[in-house]
Design a protein around this ligand. Structure first.
Ligand code: PMP
Ligand code: GLN
Length: 381
């Protein structure tokens, strides 16, 4: 393993999901739903396979049907206009979008500012690009960004801000005011901004404001999203980038040599999913909101300090009130002790002390599963 990647071993998600399989514990670690997405979307994938659509290399930027559907979705939900031919790129999940974007835009030595705790691929992709990450810590209990610290962190080497809202793992949804302040800084200091918006349809409190909609941001923002979370098909790995034509061209250049193209038949199915009626998106959000409340309330009753998330699939807790001192050790022993798997937030921080006693639980699970998990957590062995 080269020096750039030496610090990155197995992802925590792989470790904790393997632990769940080995122990038979309820997996509230890795963020994936335990119920697949809509039947008609699955049928659309089967139809595409049967009809021979996408079984051979699809076009590099993505099939035209999906690019058009992505552009229409951006218009329908956010009032944003993108040219499907030049301003939309289909990727192998948001994960590839993040990798291709960072590899395309960064020079070795460039500084990238991101709020920690962060989704684990950010640090690895910044490292693969030979760039330097500059973490700014979101602190409990509110996990709001410190905008003065952000201003102070910008140096002449800063090239890019890497944002995630709604935010994994804290559930923070950046407000319009926070985004406006960030946008102003980006314009003033001439920075690019990459925004990971994979949980755009999972906002329970507040609203999702795409950063690219703010003044001065249209040509300096790369917006990233994915079908995995919104349609409960995390295994399909269909994601996308929407940005100005020059930025999309840059990201496509990198993507060409990572995966060349993304898998075909699922692209046709996701094109249909993106055209589901508004009622689908509302019902999905309300379902997850009820699950958030069920799990957050249950964890609080079990003695955890709970930071109720405004969005996403996840609730972050603090285990200190349980007399616990180390989230990683806690998560490694939890399956044995009570048959539940969770993820230690410490792995999402550069500063391990910052999140040492934080533990994340996923609530994108069936209600009976969440109830059983809560009941196990209330009476640990
Ligand atoms: N960004 C964030 C914040 C995530 O939580 C995830 C995980 N699902 C991804 C990106 C990756 O998305 P995908 O599965 O589409 O690659
Ligand atoms: N995004 C999901 C999570 O945070 C899963 C990601 C992964 O397995 N790489 O749990």
């Amino acid at each position: 393993l080269n020096r750039r990647l030496a610090a990155f071993g197995t992802t925590v998600f792989a470790e904790m999901s393997a632990l769940a399989v080995r122990t038979g514990a309820i997996n509230l670690g890795q963020g994936f739903p335990d119920t697949d997405g809509p039947e008609e979307v699955r049928e659309a994938a089967v139809r595409a396979l049967r009809d021979g659509r996408g079984n051979q290399y699809p076009p590099g930027p993505g099939v035209p049907e999906l690019r058009a559907a992505i552009a229409d979705h951006q218009r329908r939900f956010h009032g944003l206009t993108f040219d499907p031919d030049t301003e939309v790129l289909v990727t192998a999940g948001a994960t590839e979008a993040i990798a291709a974007t960072l590899l395309a835009l960064l020079e070795p030595g460039d500084e990238v500012i991101a709020f920690e705790p962060y989704y684990d691929s950010y640090a690895a992709c910044v490292a693969m690009a030979g760039a330097v990450r500059v973490p700014l810590t979101l602190r409990a209990p509110d996990f709001r960004p410190d905008l003065d610290a952000l201003r102070d962190a910008i140096t002449p080497r800063t090239r890019l801000l890497l944002l995630n809202s709604p935010h994994n793992p804290t559930g923070t949804v950046l407000t319009r005011e926070e985004l406006a302040a960030i946008a102003e800084l980006a314009v003033e200091r001439d920075l690019l901004v990459v925004t990971d918006e994979v949980y755009e349809h999972l906002v329970f409190d507040g609203e999702h404001v795409p950063l690219i909609s703010l003044p001065g941001m249209r040509d300096r923002t790369v917006s990233i999203s994915s079908a995995g979370k919104t349609f409960s098909f995390t295994g399909w790995k269909v994601g996308w980038v929407t940005a100005s034509a020059p930025l999309v061209t840059a990201v496509r250049t990198a993507k060409q040599y990572l995966t060349y193209v993304s898998a075909g038949p699922f692209q046709y199915a996701v094109a249909e999913a993106l055209r589901l009626p508004d009622a689908y998106f509302t019902a999905f959000r309300e379902d997850l909101r009820a699950k958030r409340d069920l799990l957050a309330d249950g964890l609080a009753e079990a003695g955890f300090e709970v930071f109720r998330p405004q969005g996403t699939y996840f609730v972050t807790t603090d285990i200190a009130p349980l007399g616990e001192k180390d989230g990683l050790a806690f998560c490694r022993s939890l399956p044995e002790r009570c048959g539940v798997v969770a993820v230690p937030n410490a792995v999402f921080y550069d500063d391990p002390d910052a999140g040492r006693t934080q533990v994340r639980f996923a609530f994108c699970k069936r209600e009976d599963v969440l109830r059983e998990a809560v009941s196990r957590l209330r009476r640990p062995a």
